[in-house]
Design a protein around this ligand. Structure first.
Ligand code: GRF
Length: 202
């Protein structure tokens, strides 16, 4: 049985979608822990009610990124995960941390990468006037929002869209493609060749 550790910072709706999919589709995987860098992350409560260990590693208690990442790594590794899933985990990660989980840590980013890296992606999309926007699941590499792309979903941008309406439309897609990508990883369907992800579905 493979083990998954999910990192969150807030409401954790992607984490919930993954937990639900694992349950209803009876994955051969266990959500071993949900870890937050913030004690007030509302997703922690959901994890606890689902019987999943919900752990806080408070980033505000650490003066350096290195010290926080070292502690976080120690806590994560206590659960011996096969896969670390970043689900709205609002931290920039240090290179040693990322390298430790290379090939076994994935993220969801609310844009069609490589467009609109960083924060406020829906505002960036509105400002750029794009007609198509979307979401991306990718492996995590040291360069922010640049890792090999596992899956993407596109959404239309309408003339009267706002950050709220776009983020709502994007989130619906996130909840579809993120659990599916996690399942592909668990089922050993993913390989990376020349920085490109191949999904072996048959
Ligand atoms: C999502 O939009 C995700 O793409 C981004 O942060 C948000 C997290 O939402 N990385 P939630 O905590 O999963 O509800």
């Amino acid at each position: 049985m493979k083990k998954i550790v999910i990192l969150i910072s807030g409401r954790g709706s992607n984490m919930q979608a993954i937990v639900q999919a694992a349950k209803t589709e009876q994955w051969a995987a266990q959500i071993a822990a949900v870890i937050s860098n913030r004690a007030d992350a509302s997703g922690l409560e959901y994890a606890a009610t689902m019987g999943i260990p919900a752990v806080v590693v408070p980033s505000k208690n650490f003066t350096s990124r290195d010290a926080f990442d070292a502690e976080l790594k120690m806590v994560i590794d206590q659960f011996s995960p096969d896969l670390v899933v970043l689900a709205g985990f609002m931290r920039i990660l240090t290179t040693p941390f990322v390298e430790h989980y290379m090939g076994r840590m994935i993220n969801i980013h609310p844009s069609l990468l490589p467009s609109f890296v960083g924060l406020a992606t829906h505002q960036q999309a509105l400002d750029a006037g794009v007609k198509i926007h979307g979401v991306t699941v990718h492996f995590v590499t040291p360069e922010l929002d640049h890792g090999p792309i596992i899956d993407q979903a596109a959404i239309p941008v309408f003339h009267d869209d706002t950050v709220d309406s776009l983020s709502h439309r994007a989130l619906e897609q996130e909840h579809i493609i993120y659990p599916r990508a996690v399942k592909w990883f668990i089922d050993d369907k993913l390989s990376i060749v020349d920085q490109r992800v191949r999904v072996e579905l048959h």
